[in-house]
Design a binder for this molecule. Sequence first.
Ligand SMILES: [Zn+2]
Length: 260
Amino acid sequence: MQELIGRAADILIGAEYAIALTGAGLSVESGIPSFRGPDGLWTRYGQPSNLSYRVFSQDPQAWWEQRLNDEAAPGNPTYDLKAAVDQALPNPGHVALADLESLDVLKSVITQNVDGLHGRAGSQAVLEIHGNRNHLRCIGCGSRRPRDGYLITDLPPPCIDCGGIIKLDTVMFGEPIPAPTLAACAQEVHRCDAMLLVGTSGAVNPAAQFPLVAREQGAKIIEVNPMPTELTAAAHVVISGGAGDILPAIVQAVRERINA
Ligand SMILES: [Zn+2]
């Protein structure tokens, strides 16, 4: 194990441009339920319709009314996830990724998580490819703003910039990932020469393709996950364990090498 951690640290320090790709497994340690897997929200409640975004687009007012009802009453996945995200704190894995950025070892984090915990842990360069639950986004002009402090009265809420329709920033099923975010992710993937995978199962595109594209271009891939995933075969270093244990150990190994 210690040897693997050392190899991961060597790769990260030796890289010109190392990035991380994170998924639900990282935030499970913060108490946020995953979607798939034995205790996943969708396992318990059923997977949302592939037409979520079409449902929203056809009647945003009805969608918002349902949404606000769900948020207020227990017994549905919206309530469970909101309650978990509202209470969640960054865990040592999030903090370790922020530490690697402040050490200038990690250049950015691409995350599939919508909980905003990377930012709260101190990471600056974060691309939230599936959006952020704590933000709203206008489907007209694309502007984003924190939901906190934004008074929702008229439904659907109108954009104060363009008058367009506001939705949650979270990317719905059937909704295209906002083009600027996708372009920024692609740029990071093409630029990186090392990629640290944390808690991502490799089941959801387009993020699942990022390690494969990076590897094709010569990047070294490090995977940290308690279980083998669809990306394990593509990784140069595989460390089996939880992010809260492994990532702080990688930070320590990086510090020892920098100070040596
Ligand atoms: Zn707008």
